[in-house]
Design a protein around this ligand. Structure first.
Ligand code: UGA
Length: 447
């Protein structure tokens, strides 16, 4: 039997990576987006965001590019997608609703409403977006109403666990593949799609629809909890004079706890963890199970407190008020190896200091353009060295490798005062202190 043909609906972070990865695995792929500019860009082999390795695999497969396999094309037409695909992956985003905790399902709903009326032959629609549990069942019913092929069109759920900055690696070599299905036929088709990664060792777990939806939100809730746990310990360490970095290392040696995701600092941000825990709480409320997740409210509030605390430490460092001081901020993206500034703790802290009257200058290796778009009133410099010129304090807020390699002597010559506040606990305290800097990190002793 011929290999299934694949469409990927939504070509943002998740969709662009998934489409390129599916082509890399040998499938014929058609990517769809309703934004023509995105389609044009991807069709020319260019990626609209910074993601290591993604452009390379895209260029290897986009039809019409010199030397490409020609397996990957793009369109804005749902009719074309329905005609082309045996498996349709839905990869559109589900942001937080404005002014509410709940997830905004309008893009997922629109994708289903647009695709289903064209599904005139057997197909499997596979949701990948992060959704409130129960959405899959609702969407399956809607597809049954709309698709001309009726029972021949099924829905499955296959959550995505990729991390920004490692999107390609995580998609080609996932640490697990979870599929929520309602038939053997759907399972068989998805086994075919993922045969490559499974042969290389990725576990393949089959569940029902609600469990598959929940695996994703539960995983992100757990990761958020782990970060907020260590940040709560950072608060205790600061109060008691302990060192949270040493504490994290020591508890992490217990395999049951593990060392990953125990880096204390200014907390988590990005387009996923913060909005996912809020949407999860909102959904639990709708299900009458809100008590089960009240702890996530605490996880969220510990996390938001980190940003305020960083602002407070900066105020202390410069003598009580930031008004009129020059503050250099190293980092704007929500994490390194990404240009994504959505709900970025770094940019949030920079913004708060700016609102309190500091003259803030930001530098980030990749996130400058996006930062400028959301926060045009901040100052921006083309390098770390330029950003720190004349600074009364330097804040390290996104842990890019480039910042770990900075020479404290060279920066020391440029600043007005040698004050380093490490919001990510990744600089070497001894190195900075030896060069005459006052170095302060969150949850660690002051000297
Ligand atoms: C997260 C999850 O890690 C992915 O598994 C998931 O697929 C993705 O969300 C999603 O739902 O799509 P991502 O948002 O790319 O991935 O970022 P993470 O690497 O999880 O980092 C999130 C935030 O936590 C960053 O701001 C990071 O700086 C912060 N963090 C992480 C800490 O403050 N401490 C840590 O120890 C680890």
């Amino acid at each position: 039997m011929a290999a299934p043909k694949i469409t990927v609906i939504g070509t943002g972070y998740l969709g662009a990576t998934h489409a390129a990865a599916m082509a890399e695995l040998g499938f014929q792929v058609l990517g769809l987006d309703v934004v023509p500019e995105k389609i044009e860009m991807l069709g020319a082999g260019r990626v609209p965001m910074y993601e290591p390795g993604l452009e390379e695999i895209l260029r290897r497969h986009v039809a019409g590019l010199p030397g490409s396999s020609g397996r990957l094309s793009f369109t804005t037409s749902y009719a074309e997608a329905a005609e082309f695909g045996d498996v349709h992956f839905i990869c559109v985003n589900t942001p937080q609703k404005h002014g509410e905790y709940a997830a905004d399902m309008s893009y997922v709903d629109a994708a289903v409403e647009s695709l289903a009326p064209h599904l005139a032959r057997p197909a499997l629609v596979v949701g990948k977006s992060t959704v409130p549990v129960g959405s899959a069942a609702r969407l399956a019913a809607r597809i049954a109403e709309l698709a001309p092929a009726g029972q021949e069109v099924e829905l499955a759920w296959n959550p995505e666990f990729l991390r920004e900055g490692f999107a390609v690696e995580d998609t080609l070599h996932p640490d697990r593949i979870v599929v929520g299905v309602t038939s053997e036929r759907a399972e068989k088709l998805l086994r075919e799609v993922y045969a490559g990664p499974v042969a290389e060792g990725s576990p393949f777990l089959v569940t029902d629809l609600p469990t598959a939806e929940l695996v994703k939100t539960a995983a992100n809730a757990f990761l958020s909890t782990k970060i907020s746990f260590i940040n709560a310990m950072a608060e205790i360490c600061e109060a008691a004079g302990g060192d949270v970095a040493k504490l994290a290392e020591a508890i992490g040696h217990d395999d049951r706890i593990g060392r990953k995701f125990l880096r204390a600092g200014i907390g988590f941000g990005g387009g996923c963890l913060p909005k996912d825990i809020r949407a999860f709480m909102a959904r639990a409320g709708e299900l009458g199970a809100d008590q089960a997740l009240t702890f996530l409210r605490e996880v969220d509030s510990i996390n938001m407190r980190r940003r305020a605390h960083m602002v407070e430490l900066t105020r202390e460092a410069v003598g009580g008020a930031v008004l009129g001081t020059r503050i250099a901020v190293l980092g704007a993206s929500f994490k390194p190896d990404s240009d994504d500034v959505r709900d970025s703790p770094a940019l949030n802290v920079a913004g708060q200091l700016h609102l309190q009257g500091a003259q803030v200058t930001v530098y980030d290796p990749k996130g400058m353009e996006n930062a400028r778009a959301v926060f045009p009133t901040l100052g921006y410099a083309p390098s770390a060295l330029e950003a720190v010129r004349g600074a009364d304090a330097v804040l390290h807020l996104t842990e890019w490798r480039e910042f770990r390699e900075l020479d404290p002597e060279v920066l020391g010559e440029a600043v007005a005062h040698r004050r380093m506040l490490d919001g990510r606990n990744t600089l070497d305290p001894a190195l900075w202190r030896e060069a005459g800097w006052s170095y302060r990190a969150l949850g660690r002793p002051t000297a």
